[in-house]
Design a protein around this ligand. Structure first.
Ligand SMILES: [Zn+2]
Length: 430
């Protein structure tokens, strides 16, 4: 009984303490509100506020500011044909005068005529349905922010990019393009692969089932606007029946980003003008008296005199499209390099083992040996370069000259290649 009475006596004190404690909480939270004086000044008339209701006033304003920042309603407008910034802003409850002011301010930093159809403009509206913020995408990583309060503030913001690498490996069953897409390779990267190998491969004809494609590339992600930008390929391999075409990205001493194979040969390798060692040019391209028939005839290739059995190299990466006897050419090989270029080799004494019709060969690989078969007066190689199936003069052929890395630059390339390859394998098998 006495105990209960004591509680009743204590109750007013407890309630008092509780109220005091609430007040204390209010005060402590108000310290955060000091930062919001800007809005506070705008909305309230300080002189009329007594000390007692100051906290309450501040608290209300605090809530309002929170709404203004976090609870803005996002409205996306897609620009359609015939839209102008004026017509778009007219969809919101702006007065004409306000629209003109907004456009004037934006125009100082961005030419609104550059807005394109299907681009999106994002509007943020407050609880009173008033537009407080407009965001225009300038390009993939920059936006224009227009804030509409008492004044209109326009600023350009560069969005932060997050760079990382991605690696993919897959087998082609149908085509590089369709299997690439099936394996979630971005279209941008597929186009870059096709371009990178365009001198080595004819993607229509050379790709066999189970061709392996392995690739690593750089990505920039812009989190703020959910955009992704595909950058350079770092590494790419295409392996057809065990024949590997492989390229590494490298920044050369001249400051160019280019692609090289493990031997440091540039992707833009030209077709060899002399596909054998230690040979002497014995007959040039052009009109000449034929040594056997005696008639004047167009010589559609160049002749290199060399001892019988001298190895002949493939003039470039490609596929053997003809191997065998070919009339006056004797033993003959023709290689198709890409859509435009072919090379032909005649009067051979024999073919290298393992070279057959459809075989894939790399530049510099031995394909056959010098001989004197067909219409020939002595051991020599008759060599032709064909552009769109017409013989052209190999010695005046102008192809982009492929750089070959040597010395310190090659050493630097080797180090960079190892890093690229290691991180590619890491990403594939992690
Ligand atoms: Zn000839």
């Amino acid at each position: 009984m006495i105990f209960r009475l004591k509680i009743l006596y204590l109750l007013p004190f407890l309630i008092g303490y509780y109220l005091f404690y609430l007040e204390y909480l209010n005060l402590s939270s108000s310290s955060d509100l000091i930062k919001n004086t800007e809005i506070f000044h705008n909305i309230t008339d300080e002189s009329k506020i007594t000390k007692n209701n100051l906290n309450i006033q501040k608290k209300e304003i605090y809530v309002e500011k929170k709404t203004a920042q976090n609870n803005l309603k996002k409205v996306e407008i897609t620009i359609s044909k015939g839209d102008t910034m004026f017509s778009i802003l007219k969809k919101f409850n702006f007065k004409n005068k306000e629209i003109v002011n907004i456009i004037d301010e934006i125009q100082k930093l961005f030419d609104l005529r550059k807005l394109k159809i299907n681009e999106k403009i994002v509007f943020y509206k407050d609880a009173k349905d008033e537009v407080k913020k407009i965001i225009i995408n300038l390009d993939i990583d920059s936006i224009l922010i227009t804030e509409i309060n008492k004044n209109i503030k326009v600023e350009k913001k560069i969005l932060e990019k997050f760079s990382y690498q991605e690696s993919k490996e897959f087998y082609i069953q149908e085509s590089l393009y369709s299997d690439g897409l099936k394996n979630n390779l971005p279209q941008d990267i597929l186009i870059k692969i096709i371009k990178l190998f365009s001198f080595d491969l004819d993607f229509q004809r050379d790709i066999r089932e189970n061709t392996l494609v392995s690739v690593s590339y750089e990505i920039n992600e812009i989190k703020e606007n959910n955009k992704i930008e595909y950058k350079d390929i770092n590494y790419a391999l295409i392996s057809i029946n065990g024949k590997e075409l492989e390229y590494f990205k490298f920044l050369t001493d001249d400051g160019f980003v280019d692609y090289f194979n493990r031997e440091g040969k540039n992707v833009k390798k030209s077709i060899l003008k002399t596909p054998l060692d230690g040979a002497r040019l014995s007959s040039n391209f052009g009109m000449r008296k034929h040594p056997i028939s005696g008639f004047n005839k167009m010589h559609k290739g160049v002749d290199f005199a060399a001892p019988k059995g001298t190895p002949i190299y493939a003039g470039g990466n490609g596929v053997v499209e003809y191997i065998g006897r070919n009339g006056g050419y004797g033993k003959y090989i023709r290689i198709r390099h890409n859509n435009d270029y072919k090379t032909a080799y005649a009067h051979l004494s024999g073919y290298k083992k393992g070279i057959y019709k459809g075989a894939r060969v790399n530049q510099g690989e031995i394909i056959g040996y010098v001989g004197s078969t067909g219409n020939s007066t002595g051991p020599h190689l008759h060599y032709e370069i064909l552009f769109q199936n017409k013989q052209i003069n190999p010695l005046t052929l102008k192809l982009p000259s492929g750089k070959i890395l040597v010395g310190e630059e090659f050493e630097r390339f080797t180090r960079s290649l190892k890093n690229i390859y290691a991180s590619h394998l890491n990403l594939l098998y992690e």
